[in-house]
Design a protein around this ligand. Structure first.
Ligand code: NAD
Ligand code: DAU
Length: 356
């Protein structure tokens, strides 16, 4: 079986849903259930005996040690993190606690477990750490995309905390021989994305008739990848990645933010036209910029394509259409996030079945 951390969040939950759709191998899901953890996303596997949910912190060494001893995973995949840049600017403490201290404690627990495995299991074991392109800093308009050799230049408390966790993972490989893999991915989008991030925020605000806040001049560039493509890349790296190696993952799909917002508006105009016939674009509102806002990220994903044969399946056109359609088809998921009801899911739906 595999132990997956942070898998009640956006990418981790998509990963678990895709994993269980393709494999019989069980998953233990360790998640603290911060504001970003939403068990409603995993409702379809709630009664699936291949999925065990445990509420807990990656920084709880005793809990992680107990889970490792009890379930004997062949791999640990670490998604758990504080992930929102704006929150890291307002309150960085949680980012240091989870992304730095939490990752350190997880590494210590995994090192102790791995060190005592029988030789065959020890050789087969993997720790895959999920990270971000933001650790590389910001690019100018004409700069080449980030390769795995690009120096680390994190600019926000979020990216600095992720950079620290990447360095710890690297150090545990070089110092202790821990069999690690690290992935650095660009901006994900798709189903179950918490509506504090750009694309889901624009969809839910547009439908609610609220302003669509675009930071600064809206010309910041991100590379966008459909979340299921990120999940397939992680499965591929877990399966065939070289120990100690880093793999950049991206969609070859750079776009300025304002273009993303205009695309979302155009899709909503087509799929859910407003009663008065006006475009959702009329709700766009330019607001004060994010402090220290990185201007451009771009991922060179040629290593993972060349060495592991991975390529994204979705183009931005197909992925963003699926995403908008998903939000239109799941108003109850959005409503439960907005009302806060999703935070009661554990008590109301999971009573007695959580393996804490
Ligand atoms: P998310 O915020 O949606 O989910 C994070 C999950 O981790 C939540 O379920 C939360 O409850 C859990 N968590 C937080 N602190 C924890 C702790 N101390 N112990 C256990 N669980 C904890 O984040 P996401 O967007 O799904 O991102 C997942 C990972 O992928 C993160 O490591 C992030 O840095 C990385 N990443 C995200 C993106 C993106 O575009 N979203 C891109 C590249 C990399
Ligand atoms: O690049 C990967 C990273 O992508 C991940 O590591 C992070 O976990 C993830 O949150 C994401 O970070 P960003 O800061 O790029 O994502 P966000 O959706 O917050 O913002 C995307 C861009 O849109 C960014 O340039 C800021 C801008 N923005 C964002 C919001 C929420 C706006 O203009 N208006 C908004 O309301």
């Amino acid at each position: 079986m595999i132990l997956v951390t942070g898998a009640a969040g956006f990418i981790g939950a998509n990963f678990v849903l895709d994993w269980l759709a393709q494999s019989q191998e069980p998953v233990v899901n360790l998640d603290k259930l911060t504001y970003a953890g939403n068990l409603e996303t995993l409702a379809s596997v709630q009664d699936d005996e291949r999925h065990t949910f445990v509420q807990g912190d990656i920084g709880d060494t005793a809990l992680v040690a107990r889970l490792l001893a009890q379930h004997q995973p062949r791999a640990v995949i670490n998604f758990a993190a504080e992930s929102h840049v704006d929150r890291s600017i307002h309150s960085p403490e949680d980012f240091i606690q989870t992304n730095v201290v939490g990752t350190f404690r997880l590494l210590e627990a995994v090192r102790a477990y791995w060190g005592n495995l029988p030789a065959g299991d020890k050789a087969a074991f993997r720790l895959l750490h999920v990270s971000t392109d933001e650790v590389y800093g910001s690019l100018g308009a004409g700069d080449a995309a980030f390769t795995e050799q690009h120096r680390y230049e994190p600019n926000s408390p979020y990216s600095a905390s992720k950079a620290a966790s990447d360095h710890l993972v690297r150090a545990y490989h070089h110092t202790y021989g821990l069999p690690v893999l690290t992935t650095n991915c660009s901006n994900n989008y798709g189903p179950y994305h918490f509506p504090e991030k750009l694309i889901p925020l624009m969809i839910v605000n547009a439908l609610a008739g609220k302003p669509l806040p675009v930071y600064g001049d809206g010309m910041q560039v991100r590379d966008w990848l459909y979340v299921k493509d990120h999940c397939s890349a992680i499965r591929r790296v877990l399966e065939a990645g070289q120990l100690g190696e880093v793999y950049n993952i991206g969609g070859w799909n750079e776009k300025p933010n304002i273009e993303i917002v205009n695309t979302v508006c155009a899709l909503l105009d087509e799929l859910r036209p407003k009663a008065d016939g006006s475009s959702y674009r009329t709700q766009i509102s330019y607001v004060k910029d994010r402090p220290g806002h990185d201007r451009r990220y771009a991922i060179d994903a040629s290593k993972i394509e060349r060495e592991l044969g991975w390529k994204p399946a979705e183009t931005f056109d197909t992925g963003i259409r699926k995403t908008v359609q998903w939000y239109l088809a799941h108003p109850e998921w959005v409503a439960n996030v907005q009302s806060g009801a999703y935070r009661d899911w554990l008590q109301t739906q999971y009573a007695g079945t959580v393996a804490a």
